[in-house]
Write a new protein. Sequence first.
Length: 317
Amino acid sequence: MLEAGAGTKSRHGYEDPAPVRWLLIGLAFTVMTVLVVIPLANVFYEAFAKGVDVYWHNLFEDEDTWLAILLTLKVAPVAVLLNVLFGLAAAWAIARFRFPGRALVTSLIDLPFAVSPVVAGLLFVLIFGLQGYLGPWLREENIKVIFAWPGLVLVTTFVTFPIVARELIPLMEATGSDEEVAAVSLGARWWSLFWRVTLPNVKWGILYGVILCNARAMGEFGAVAVVSGRITGETDTMPLRVEKLFQEYNLPGAFAVASILTMLALMTLILKVTLEWRTRRELEEAARSRNARSEAEPSDEAHRCAAPGAKSIRSAA
């Protein structure tokens, strides 16, 4: 009883007073409501303010808006695919090998997070523009990068560069290389090693990175605005189209396109929470199974040790 009372007292001793807890919780809910919930609700309210017919017309019967949606759906998957390939290669190299300059490579992966997207777009203009380093050669070969969709893919890939790699590097370091070494020692080839050993261990990390990367790619504005030229019907993506419609005082159209981006963000959030829950559940199940095996091993060892003694007793009797 005394121990229980002492434990209860010490536990409550580390807790804040109830008024402080409720004040902080209320403040957090207030801030989230004002800064997140109300603006999100207002986007959908303004989008449907003039009816579903007007909403449908603004999205699918406005040719320039429809082309902006299609261009976004064209650029984002290509950027995500390139980031998955790079993320896997970078994570494999950093997590599995030790080489000179490893810390520098790890730091360079985070560079797009430190550079402003507008500055990143300007860098690509200075490289691939008509007056840039590769501009004359690109003009001779009739290859158009700036003010065309290849430029949008390049800058979108750059600003989302670290996302997949940053999800996979700590995951692959945590899982270790024991299973891969065992597979190689048993004669597994590299494709079998990747598909049957490496990929199952990092599949949730890849999917998590793809979800975040896709959301970031579809919502990119600064770098895309610099390299696209904002050519209506040709290089406008959804974020650029929202700004253009807003500047034209077409608020229903701007909020209609913004509602699509908002729905994508909400879907990303739901998928993110689902993946985190599923990953946590699998880790808990794996921990329970390891504990069960560790508890079973001493009992098996005890039975094996007791067996010779029992036989000697029976033989002596």
